[in-house]
Design a protein around this ligand. Sequence first.
Ligand code: NAD
Length: 487
Amino acid sequence: MYFDPRSIRPMSGQFIGGQEVREGEAHAVPSPSDSDIAFSVDWASEDLVDRAVTDARRAWSRSGWGSSAPRERAVILHRWADLVDTHAEEIAGLEAVVSARIYPEVMSRDAKVVSGVLRYFAEYADKIDGTVTPTPQNSFSFTVHEPYGVVAAIAPWNFPIILAAWKFAPALAAGNAVVLKPSELTPFAAVRIAELAVEAGLPAGLFNVVQGGGAVGAALVKHPQVDYVTFTGSSATGARIMADAALSGIKPVSLELGGKGPQLVFADAPDLDRLAATIARGITYNSGQVCFAGSRLVVARPIADDLLDRVLAQMRGGRTGTTWDEDTTIPPIINQRQLDRIDAIVADAISDGAEALCGATRIDADRAGFYAPTVLRGVTTANRAFRDEIFGPVLAVQEFDDEDEGVGLANHPDYGLTASIHTSDVSRAFRAARRIESGTVWINDWGRRTDFTAPFGGYKRSGIGKDMGRSGFEKYMKTKAIWLELH
Ligand code: NAD
């Protein structure tokens, strides 16, 4: 056991003005790993949301954060990143105990991504220049970039601290204040990270955290003093947020939403064993609770049988267990509702003619819910297993005869977050990459690396705008053109 879950002591309140605020109704936060373990968090009332936002606005104005020397902001963010590193064990415990993230992965990846993202965006703070624009000689015009003010950030539960950091780090580095609402299912690690910010020297109130469900998120989005909304979550919630932002002040929004990523495999794909391992990992990693999961295998008919045999071999083995157990490789599904949803979609696909090559069942483990890695062959494009994001370890397989058909199947009618193409032919790889309607395309690969440089965001219903990379920083600033008439 990496840690004793009963030793975890999370902060249960909101974090406003640099301190914990204990108000609001207590709600249970169950552990997906073990139903005997549950914590509690206070959900913010509308008044508390208002307090968090007005406090952030006040701190932003009084501290001069947005007009300070950008290097001063960078220094504080670097100190904060160091503190995240030194508290990684504590953060990992808070994260693992209520999420599906396995403790060693939070230690080796998630916590390091948070500190790395802080450092990466700290270094953007003083590197975005304005431009002098071409004008007649009797005038002078230049652009400056300015922070919005208060940014509302709303995060999901599947990679809680990584996805929160993708937002708060660039927004703060660009000179904004941030009010974060983590998912009600995974509220604890982010609030500890916010506490460390104050220890690093971030003025109290510049980074507030409110807790609660959809209503709390909606109150935050609609608050008149919120200037920008950045969201990661489902497409359905994204649509509501966009409408609320439009109706409460025409606020800019950026939306990182769902995905239904294809693994498009041509008959000349290299190294089928390695490819099979990539495909299996693409749908079983984090038990498939990944927005960029490779959840559809679109494979050339001549190699389909061979490749599927190898994928099935890769899917065998694996051990379910708690996120703090040293032997766990298959983490739990986040909650019973999600488990029921996965099961219903799989049953629906099977009754619609798909063949289950493996899985298609819950795995009973002590006091928690797991779903067996599942491969469904012959899923039709009308079926939910093709159309909907399942967010579980379920791979939907379709076969094609020529390149046009393959690309056509790979292009999903609704989603366009990520896609993988596997082929030995460079021209085909580039041709297909240009035809794929998706914000990210991997060639002979799948999965995000821990680099921060590439923008990440979807086409179609997978989102609007990008997180990470230069555009993931610039979106938190508005551009002003200043004109001077020369006499
Ligand atoms: P969700 O949409 O249910 O919830 C996300 C967040 O929004 C939560 O904090 C929730 O409390 C809040 N929320 C719910 N209703 C709201 C409302 N009306 N107004 C404001 N906030 C509201 O999503 P989830 O189940 O937490 O996360 C899984 C989803 O997130 C999947 O669809 C997944 O693909 C997506 N996701 C996308 C990315 C990406 O980068 N594109 C990354 C991770 C997850």
